[in-house]
Design a protein around this ligand. Structure first.
Ligand SMILES: Nc1ncnc2c1ncn2[C@@H]1O[C@H](COP(=O)(O)OP(=O)(O)O)[C@@H](O)[C@H]1O
Ligand SMILES: [Mg+2]
Length: 320
């Protein structure tokens, strides 16, 4: 009351100014309230939309989670199935290793005894039949050994036994063995050794397998009277080995494929009957396990083939 009385006593201009200011304040206050309410509504709407989007995302996510769960379940099942199949394969391999190889060894032994007892002489039917049995059992033995190697490679159990050994001695052993086969076919086998005394750190048995396979192939595919050369040398800490033949050679488009399992070139069928196309793939695994390389060069069909491999000589070069 005192304030109103006080205002009334003021002169008119001041009275109006105070009144206008009061009115302005009131308008500002009302406008502010409206703006606040509107803002609140906008915020609430946005919050609502946001919650709806979150709910939709949650639904999508739970759908994906259940999909993932069912996939994990399926994976578990197929894993169990894989383990079961791997067990079957191991059993099969042990059957191959023992139950099949043992009787085969007996057959070979008895056949050799029969051969000694049977009358000797060219054209003897009995001797020829016994010879065929021996050849067949040899082939079966080789196939079983190759299959077991492939199985070990695939199950990751193909381990190398690294030791220091004299490479020349190993090559001599392989050479003497293969020389017999070469002579039977009238093939000239020559060996060049340089240097003459090389010690390498590698798996002796597995490297002999590589040499036997490369020389065996060269003999198998070469025509009668053909020449085969095997040579090796040492270069910048690597042992490099070549097997060079004058056989049918390998077509360009086949050269990348012959190291694949079971691959035998259809372009030349001369040696196909003996073998299953496993030797080179096993040789490649062995050379790779030595951190080495293996390859072939051939000017094409009818022009011979040069197989080569190289492995490091120093133990320090090995990662395993
Ligand atoms: N010295 C060679 N000359 C011509 N072709 C060869 C030679 N060595 C290998 N090949 C080709 O590579 C294929 C695969 O060889 P390999 O893996 O040793 O199997 P396999 O000797 O059992 O046929 C052979 O079938 C043959 O087509
Ligand atoms: Mg072979």
């Amino acid at each position: 009351m005192l304030i109103i009385e006080y205002i009334r006593q003021l002169s008119y201009p001041i009275y109006y100014t105070v009144l206008t200011a009061a009115l302005l304040l009131l308008t500002f206050w009302i406008a502010r309230r409206f703006a606040m309410r509107k803002m609140k509504r906008v915020v609430m709407k946005a919050e609502h939309n946001y919650q709806q989007q979150i709910a939709a995302l949650q639904m999508q996510l739970s759908g994906k989670v259940s999909m993932l769960e069912s996939m994990v379940e399926k994976l578990k099942l197929s894993n169990q199935e894989l383990n079961r199949l791997s067990e079957i394969r191991s059993k099969f391999m042990s059957i191959v290793a023992h139950d099949l190889r043992q009787p085969l060894t007996s057959i070979q032994g008895f056949t050799s005894v029969l051969m000694m007892d049977s009358p000797q002489g060219g054209g003897n039917n009995e001797q020829m039949a016994l010879n065929n049995i021996l050849k067949a059992t040899d082939n079966m033995n080789q196939l079983m050994a190759d299959l077991m190697d492939i199985s070990m490679i695939e199950s990751g159990k193909f381990k190398m036994d690294f030791k220091n050994f004299n490479f020349n001695q190993l090559l001599n052993d392989v050479f003497t063995l293969q020389q017999v086969n070469a002579q039977k076919k009238g093939i000239f086998l020559t060996k060049y050794e340089y240097p003459t005394d090389v010690t390498i750190y590698a798996d002796r048995f597995r490297i002999s397998q590589v040499l036997n396979n490369l020389l065996g192939n060269a003999i198998k595919f070469s025509p009668q009277g053909g020449r085969i050369e095997i040579r090796y040398f040492v270069q910048n800490g690597w042992l490099v080995c070549y097997v060079d033949d004058e056989g049918p050679g390998i077509a360009y488009d086949e050269q990348g494929k012959i190291f694949q399992k079971f691959h035998q070139s259809d372009k030349d069928r001369s040696g196909r009957k003996q073998g299953w196309g496993l030797g080179l793939s096993i040789a490649q695994e062995i050379v790779n396990a030595h951190n080495g390389e293996i390859g072939v060069e051939s000017p094409g069909l009818g022009h011979g083939a040069l197989f080569w491999f190289r492995i490091p000589m120093e133990p320090a070069s090995y990662s395993a």
